[in-house]
Design a protein around this ligand. Sequence first.
Ligand code: URA
Length: 231
Amino acid sequence: MRLDKFLGACGLGTRKQIKEFIKNGMVSIDGEIAKKPEISIDPAVNSILFSGESLTDDYKEFRYYLLYKPQGVVSATRDNHDTTVLDLIDTGFDKNLAPVGRLDKDAEGLLIITNDGKLSHRLLSPKKHVEKEYEVHTKKPVSENDIKRLEEGVDIGDEEPTLPARAFVKDEILHLIIHEGRFHQVKRMLEAVDNEVVFLKRIRMGNLCLDPSLEPGEYRELTDEELDLLK
Ligand code: URA
């Protein structure tokens, strides 16, 4: 792999920072100062040092990020018009990173970004029933009867009604917990009870909650404990 990709995968910083580190002679390969970011290395064979310290233990094949997706950004890897969630992740190591599922452009909240395709697949598999919790602001108040209908399952125009869900109102905000991931599901569920979503925020996926210290657009790596919770 390329040296700069390897250094990114060790969590050393952004592509720009990594370029600077190499330019400043801070990286060596088998005892020789590295000169070019694109040089090819093999982490299993070459000894790579940063500021004299071995990077062997820092290299991780898989990266997991918790992003607070802001509104106005699309949950795609590339887009010709809009900013994508990957444009927000500047890690120097972007190969195969992808969002786990989608949030609509006008929705915000928790989005996991990873290059671990297997984990992504598991979290999205309908058979695994991973819970997704949303805070939903609605145009009209939500009645007890609406809650009951949302929980039992509603006809959103698909072949099957939605699966049983949990719904409750806390501090005047509807919380909807579903374990499917149909297209625009929450919006369509609220339409089915003659209402409309005006603001949508995902606050939890499985056991992983949105970090309240993150601002929209910010991200951080998942901790080992959080990763265990997801797995
Ligand atoms: N349901 C929606 O309608 N939109 C989302 O982004 C996620 C769930």
